[in-house]
Design a protein. Structure first.
Length: 474
């Protein structure tokens, strides 16, 4: 027996989330079908669009259909199919669904699978969309590549790029490097990033952890966020960056534009690759250039190579440095990064790195929750780096520990260091973190969760220094 878990609409397309007797989850798309006459009208409109320079395609289509006397429900149906033809063919409803975070195609003859934000217990869901042959997949890949001004061919049968919507695509062409043929994977990003309040509500962290991180960000630390693919590293990085004092200049460097912050002092660099390779601009090139911009915080979306050197130099010069890295333990990151560096830079790296934040997925009932698993502070003792776990998720207590600011301030080496270097008493530090806890708690209680709204409140926090969301003028 098949159980219906949820039903909703993406435009006029009905989406049903199902689970069968074997526990397999399915994502079923029921699209409105066009009559033969409506199909002719759709094709006629597409031909006109092709040869007309339009600023707003949707308005043009609606106007045309109204002139022909169609009712609103038919207009919505034809407009949907026009969009489908212009966008991504059969996977268009998946691309338009804000609840989907990943779309996977392993080859023709296999159902396309998706990862759904609201059904993490399903791991992945099988759709009722199955490419019948190789041409079906190639057509979708070429459409996506064209929208990103990229090319893919047998000479170089793989490609990575970002779509205009910001989604990240990886694809292979033919059977040269993937069997049985072409494949693709689309990592979708929400139209708005998750706010720190949404992350608290989703279980990524709690108010104490958020306030601790927010407080130490004032002192321009060097922090690395570690975790596997899809664990929420970039989302957490973005949320932390949006806590920074809006007066500070933040410079971000990425291969694929994913970070989204509201700072008025945000400078954004994106790497560039060319077919010939003669005019590539790498993360390393941009990282060197970035130091000329005198940022308060230098951020590399993901460290994979020599670009780590610029972060180290930035940290040594008093700038804040943040990045993400694929790994599960601080020692793994240290080992792999020092292998990329000279002896002197390795020593400088160990002296400047402040903290490692470990993120992963944890089980909560049937659900899979993206969560901070541990935060390690670093210190040098007798020329050796040591890691002190100051925050962790306790699987036995099913909660984050330590439970309060007093316990955290006793464990934290960095809070003691800030006290010593900046002349603050531990009690003053506790009070400042407590002030931020109260502020974030008030935002959560008053349901101020949207990314833009939270960013506005953070800005007001720095302007007026109030702890209550209500006390900040709308």
């Amino acid at each position: 027996m098949t159980t219906i878990l949820h039903e909703y609409y993406v435009g006029p397309a009905k989406i049903r989330i199902l689970r069968d007797d074997n526990g397999i989850c399915k994502y079923v798309v029921d699209e409105p079908q066009l009559t033969e006459y409506e199909e002719e009208i759709k094709n006629s409109i597409l031909s006109e669009i092709m040869y007309t320079n339009l600023k707003n395609v949707e308005d043009f289509v609606i106007s045309k259909l109204k002139d022909k006397g169609f009712k609103d429900d038919v207009i919505e149906k034809i407009l949907y199919h026009v969009k489908k033809s212009m966008l991504y063919d059969n996977i268009t409803p998946l691309m338009l669904d804000q609840e989907i975070e990943e779309i996977e195609c392993r080859g023709f003859g296999y159902p396309i699978t998706v990862i759904h934000r609201s059904f993490s217990e399903c791991i992945r869901l099988f759709t009722n969309i199955t490419p019948k042959n190789e041409d079906d997949i190639i057509k979708i890949i070429e459409k996506m590549a064209n929208k990103a001004n990229k090319s893919i061919n047998i000479a170089k049968p793989y490609v990575e790029f970002s779509l205009p919507e910001g989604h990240r695509v990886a694809a292979t062409l033919g059977s040269e490097i993937s069997l049985p043929g072409s494949t693709f994977d689309i990592r979708k990003f929400p139209s708005k990033p998750l706010s720190i309040i949404q992350m608290i509500m989703n279980g990524m962290l709690n108010e104490l952890i958020a306030s601790y991180l927010w407080f130490i960000m004032e002192y321009k630390p060097f922090i690395m966020i570690l975790g596997p693919t899809g664990s929420g590293k970039t989302s957490l990085l973005t949320a932390i960056l949006n806590l920074i004092n809006p007066s500070y200049k933040i410079l971000t460097i990425e291969d694929t534009p994913e970070i989204n912050i509201t700072s008025d002092n945000w400078v954004r660099f994106i790497s560039r690759s060319t077919l010939a390779g003669n005019y590539d601009v790498t993360l390393g090139d941009l990282a060197k250039l970035a130091l000329r911009y005198r940022p308060d915080y230098l951020v590399v979306g993901e460290v994979r190579g020599k670009e780590i050197e610029a972060l180290i130099h930035a940290a040594a010069s008093g700038h804040g440095s943040l990045t993400t890295f694929h790994g599960s333990r601080p020692i793994d990151a240290i080992t792999r990064i020092t292998d990329l560096l000279s002896s002197d830079l390795s020593k400088l790296f160990l002296q400047t790195i402040w903290s490692f934040i470990i993120v992963s997925r944890r089980k909560e009932g049937n659900k899979s929750i993206r969560s901070i698993i541990g935060i390690y502070e670093t210190l040098i003792d007798k020329n050796k780096i040591k890691f002190k776990k100051v925050i962790e998720w306790s699987f036995t207590k099913n909660d984050f520990i330590p439970p309060d600011i007093n316990s955290l301030s006793k464990k934290s080496y960095r809070l003691k260091w800030i006290s010593k270097v900046y002349g603050l008493s531990i009690e003053e530090i506790r009070q400042e973190i407590e002030r931020r806890i109260n502020f974030l708690t008030s935002l959560k209680n008053e349901k101020v969760v949207d990314f833009v709204d939270v960013s506005y409140k953070i800005r007001k926090f720095y302007e007026v220094g109030e702890v209550s969301a209500k006390s900040i003028a709308q």
